[in-house]
Design a protein around this ligand. Structure first.
Ligand SMILES: [Cu+2]
Length: 155
């Protein structure tokens, strides 16, 4: 009988020891959490391709070009153009009269408010505007709205 009691006591000691071992095991779990945090940088590195994606549009923006639209007695020439986003269009007044290129609609120019020199362009003078918003922007001559055209801005 004493042996059985001794064995039971031993068993209890082992159980207690096992419980003590569980605490270090919990610490190991915390270590595993640390390892999980260490695994975060690889997750961040897997996010690396995402910064590469914005680089693609940036590269397209670097296709920055310029275009010229002549303003003469017959209107705009060319009256319709397509450009890359970020391109600059120069409106050159080749007429003897003033001209005033501006965004639709006349007379408030609210489609693309910045697309408006807010003053007439004198003969032989010019006005440049950089289109940084994609879309098709209709424009007209504010001094002669029967002259009109459009600028299509692509990404
Ligand atoms: Cu107008």
């Amino acid at each position: 009988m004493k042996l059985k009691i001794f064995v039971i006591v031993l068993a209890l000691v082992f159980v207690a020891a096992a419980c003590n071992k569980n605490q270090p095991t919990n610490e190991n779990t915390q270590d595993n959490n640390d390892q999980t945090q260490v695994e975060m940088p690889p997750a961040t590195s897997s996010t690396m391709p995402t910064p590469d994606e914005p680089n693609t549009p940036e590269t397209i923006v670097n296709f920055d070009t310029s275009a010229t639209i002549s303003m003469n007695a017959n209107g705009f020439e060319p009256s319709t153009i397509t450009i890359k986003k970020g391109s600059t269009v120069t409106f050159v007044n080749n007429d003897k009269k003033n001209h005033w290129p501006a965004s639709a609609p006349h007379p408030i120019h609210t489609d693309y408010p910045a697309f408006d020199p807010r003053q007439a362009i004198a003969a032989s003078a010019s006005w440049s505007f950089t289109f940084d918003q994609a879309g098709t922007w209709k424009f007209h001559d504010h001094l002669n709205p029967s002259f009109f055209g459009s600028v299509t801005v692509e990404y």
